[in-house]
Design a protein around this ligand. Sequence first.
Ligand code: NAP
Length: 275
Amino acid sequence: MATLTTDGRARVLNDGNEMPLLGLGVWQVKDGDETYNSVRWALELGYRHIDTAQAYGNEESVGRALADSGLARDEVFITTKFYPRSRSGDPAAEAEKSCRRLGVDQVDLYLIHWPEDGPTWAWPGMQQAVERGFAKSIGISNFDPGEMDALLAEAEIRPTVNQVQFGPFKFRSALLAACEEREIVLESYSPLNSSDLGDRRIQEIAEGHGRTPAQVLLRWVVQRDIPVIPKSVRRERIEENGQIFDFDLADEEMEALDSLDTTGGTDGAQERKWW
Ligand SMILES: NC(=O)c1ccc[n+]([C@@H]2O[C@H](COP(=O)([O-])OP(=O)(O)OC[C@H]3O[C@@H](n4cnc5c(N)ncnc54)[C@H](OP(=O)(O)O)[C@@H]3O)[C@@H](O)[C@H]2O)c1
C-alpha cells in the first residue's frame, strides 16, 4: 500500500501490509452527521486511518465521508471489527456486509472485537474473509496472551494486530512484550479516555514542549511505534491530536510517563471484561 499518512509514518504488519500509526476512532460517535463530519475533517487534516466496528453502527457514515473525501481508496486504511456476540454471525458474511455499508470492496483490517465464547471459533470465518477478498489483514482485540496462543495454535493466517486499551495509565508492558514475541502489533485504544489529562506530571511535560496533555499522551504511544486511534467529534481536537509527529519526548519524560501505569505492567488485555 502507498504511503499512508501525511508524514508517511506507518507500521509494517506481519503480512507485509502497512498501518498508519495515527487513526481516528469513531466509537460512540453518532451515525449520520456526527460521524460523517468527524471522518471528513480527519481526512482533510491528513489522517489516513479510520477505526470503526460493526457494533458502532456508523459504518455507512464512515463510507460516505470516505467517498466524498476525494481520496483514492488505497490512500486510507479502514479497520472494522466483527461483532462476536453469541456466536450468531458468520465473520466472512458480516465482512461482506461491512464492505457494502462502507462502500468499499475490501477493508484493510478486520478484527474480532473481543474473545466472547472463546478465542478460536470465529477465526476460520475471519480467514475466509481474507480468502474471499473482503479483508486485507485480520487480527484480534482484547485478547490475553493465553487467548493469543490458543488462536496461534490453530491459525493458518496469523493475526496481525491485537487492539487493546493502552496508554501511560494503562501501560500493559507484559502484554506489549507478549504481542511483540508473537509478531503481533499491539494497537492502542482509549489512549485519552483511560487517562487523567489534568495530571500535574503530564501538564508539566506538556508545558515544557508547548504542547497539550493529549498530545503528550498520544506522542508517548507513537514514539513506541504503536498505532493509536484517538476519538474526537471536534475539528480542533482532531487537528490537535494529529500534531504529534513534530516533537520528541526525552527518555526521562518517557520514563516519567511509564511510571503513571495503574495496571502493574499487566499482560492482561482488559480488567473489566464486558463479554
Ligand atoms: N476494540 C475495542 O474494544 C475498543 C474499545 C474502546 C475504543 N476502541 C477504539 O478506540 C477509539 C478511541 O478510544 P475511546 O473513544 O474510548 O477514547 P479516547 O480516544 O481515548 O478518548 C476520547 C475522549 O477524549 C475526548 N478528547 C479527544 N481529544 C481530546 C483532546 N485533544 N483534549 C481533550 N479531550 C479530548 C473526546 O471528547 P470529544 O469527542 O468531545 O472531543 C472523548 O471524550 C474508539 O473511538 C474506538 O475506535 C476500541
